[in-house]
Design a protein around this ligand. Structure first.
Ligand SMILES: Nc1ncnc2c1ncn2[C@@H]1O[C@H](COP(=O)(O)OP(=O)(O)OP(=O)(O)O)[C@@H](O)[C@H]1O
Length: 316
């Protein structure tokens, strides 16, 4: 459904006019319902790849190559047609959920405005549907949350609202850019489980950007390893784990255990805890549904060796 061919992004310094090539000809494809993890260190070009798909690359930048979504060539599409594709077919879940909501409007307005037939829907019906969306992402006190303004909610709660909004629009493609990095570890686990579960339930395709190999392996069907604006290799989590083709991938894997605290989100997914219900994700025993029935189990063995290892983040 998504085909990226020879994607080159060149940014231009507005003061000096100096051009810098950021992406050097990436190519990859995504099937309907598939999740692809874009993994790599900071600055490898993961976010810029998403920005090119969304058409929000830095001002003055040049995007070359081909980005095809269900046959539509996004780079050759402009104006109203492109705006429609972005609004209807793509949904971004960014690192900071506050950026997704208007700070002066309550959550209810965000969810209702995202409904494709919002204009035709009566207020009470729309409100009931918004409440139902919240319940689907594990929020029980829907009345309070619907009335709340973004600043009155925690980051984790707000990210669930963003996920609810993204899923409700039934986009063709979810673009998740480090969607849990800004959240505390416990909340990260719950939010990523909800995202994984809802995406699969609705059969949505997703690109999941992260520096976290374990997490990507747990929620994605395939991983693309990026370095310095290039995709080095693409494969299933097992292929990448068992037969890494580059030293860079081997190094990425080697540093993992030192970074991960107990209760890493991938371990939560492996345990199959029920998302959004305050499950104790560190116990590994709670719940039976959640994200467990996923191919994400492929990431399970990656995580087995990391629980209990306290790293930098664990002290937080
Ligand atoms: N607005 C910008 N103008 C010019 N160059 C930029 C801009 N934003 C990012 N870059 C550069 O583009 C390269 C890729 O950045 P990108 O944000 O895509 O990396 P990333 O892999 O997503 O990293 P991170 O995990 O830190 O978000 C980096 O070298 C970065 O310095």
């Amino acid at each position: 459904m998504l085909k990226i061919d020879g994607l080159v992004l060149t940014v231009v310094d507005p003061d000096t006019g100096l051009e810098t090539e950021i992406l050097h000809g990436s190519s990859f494809e995504l099937a309907q319902g598939e999740a692809l993890g874009l993994v790599g260190e900071s600055g490898s070009g993961k976010s810029m790849t998403l920005k090119c798909i969304l058409g929000i690359e830095p001002g003055g930048a040049r995007v070359e190559g081909r980005i095809e979504l269900d046959g539509a060539d996004l780079l050759a599409t402009g104006g109203e047609a492109l705006r429609r594709i972005r609004a209807e077919d793509l949904a971004l879940i960014a690192q900071n959920p506050h950026g997704a909501l208007n700070p002066v409007l309550p959550v209810e307005r965000f969810l209702v405005e995202g409904m494709s037939d919002a204009r035709k829907t009566g207020r009470s019906e729309a409100r009931e549907r918004a409440a139902e969306l919240l319940r689907q992402v594990g929020i029980d006190d829907t009345e309070r949350v619907l009335r709340s303004y973004p600043h009155q909610l925690s980051g984790g709660m707000l990210q669930r609202v963003v996920i609810a909004g993204a899923i409700s629009g039934e986009p063709k493609l979810l673009l998740a850019d480090e969607p849990t990095t800004a959240l505390d570890v416990t909340t990260q686990a719950e939010v990523v489980a909800i995202l994984d579960e809802k995406r699969r339930e609705h059969g949505l395709s997703m690109i999941f950007v992260t520096h976290d190999l374990d997490l990507a392996a747990a929620v994605c069907d395939r991983l693309a390893v990026m370095q310095d604006g290039e995709i080095l290799e693409i494969g299933t989590p097992e292929e990448i784990r068992d037969r890494p083709r580059t030293d860079y991938t081997r190094r990425l894997m080697a540093v993992r255990p030192m970074l991960y605290p107990e209760g890493h989100p991938a371990a939560f997914l492996e345990a199959g805890a029920e998302p959004g219900r305050g499950a104790d994700h560190t116990s590994g025993t709670s719940g039976a549904s959640g994200a467990s029935g996923t191919s994400g189990a492929s990431g399970a063995s990656w995580t087995s060796g990391v629980s209990g290892i306290s790293g930098e983040e664990a002290g937080a």
